[in-house]
Ligand binder design. Structure first.
Ligand code: HEM
Length: 261
């Protein structure tokens, strides 16, 4: 076995892989939030941004493949580490009352599973644009004109997407799970890289809690603002009327009802 393979198969090596991949995923989550918050601007803002990304296939596919590899490594090492933990303690602790752990740390597996399920749904919802799962209609037909060019209407897709109550609710549950996951995960990352001592640990924990709370609020405010019609209400009416005329909105969906009001 080579030295690198040996390190990666040790529990310390796996912890480093978890921390490094977790750190990269956090960076993605921050960048993605900044991009998404453009929905609070005029429709052209986020549509131009999405069009810029989509018009660079090499860059976007490179990022997608990289992201997929990082996610797979993160999940595989999480499973390996938790199996190794179980093997190291085949007999459970006599006391069920945990000592010295935060409540977030006890929900890492559960919150990770909810976030993973959310990512699968989210990719089908907004990237693969599967019409059967959005409660509205065919998002791939949503187009807009930007500087004389017909492009995907990502703004319209977000506005119509979050008119559906169960989609909004699922996104909020997923954001809450992401908060739980990150508030422990971010602190562990610093610990794995050897930054835990009695002075820095309380500060690191406060930073991890604050940063994950800020991410939660930033992500949650998007579906909420759209659902309560603070953002995009006029646009939703106009787009649903267009989609309805083209018979692209499924009958009886929230978007259909909004259009017939
Ligand atoms: C309110 C919450 C969110 C909104 C409104 C949102 C919105 C979007 C949109 C509109 C796209 C498609 C972009 C395009 O077509 O150009 C997208 C893609 C994506 N989102 Fe999100 N997102 C949210 C939360 C998240 C979270 C929390 C994660 C990860 C934990 C995430 C991961 C992704 C990934 C991996 C993609 C695929 C990027 C690609 O197309 O290659 N999203 N998101």
């Amino acid at each position: 076995m080579s030295t690198v393979a040996g390190i990666l198969n040790s529990s310390l090596g796996r912890k480093f892989v978890m921390a490094a991949t977790g750190g990269l995923l956090c960076l993605f989550v921050v960048g993605h939030l900044v991009g998404n918050l453009q929905v609070f601007g005029p429709p052209e803002l986020i549509n131009a941004y999405a069009h810029f990304l989509q018009s660079k296939p090499v860059m976007i596919w490179g990022a997608r493949i990289g992201l997929l590899l990082v996610v797979v490594l993160h999940v595989v090492t999480a499973v390996q580490l938790s199996l190794a933990n179980k093997d190291a303690r085949p007999v459970a602790y006599a006391s069920k009352v945990p000592y010295g752990s935060t409540w977030q740390s006890r929900y890492m597996l559960g919150s990770g599973i909810v976030v993973a399920a959310f990512i699968l749904y989210h990719l089908a919802h907004f990237t693969a644009l599967l019409p059967g799962i959005n409660g509205v209609g065919d998002f791939s037909k949503l187009k807009t004109v930007l500087h004389g060019e017909t492009v995907a209407d990502v703004y319209g897709m977000m506005i119509l997407g979050f008119q559906v109550w169960w989609v909004t609710l699922f996104y909020l549950i997923a954001q809450a799970s992401l908060f739980i996951h990150l508030s422990h995960g971010l602190a562990s990352l610093f610990q794995t890289f050897g930054l835990r001592n009695h002075v820095w640990w309380p500060r690191i924990q406060r930073f991890a809690q604050g940063a994950s709370l800020a991410l939660f609020l930033g992500y949650a405010v998007i579906p909420i603002a759209i659902y309560v019609r603070v953002v995009g209400a006029d646009y939703a009416g106009q787009k649903t009327a267009e989609l309805k005329a083209a018979a692209l909105v499924a009958a009886g969906t929230p978007a259909d009802k909004a259009a017939t009001k």
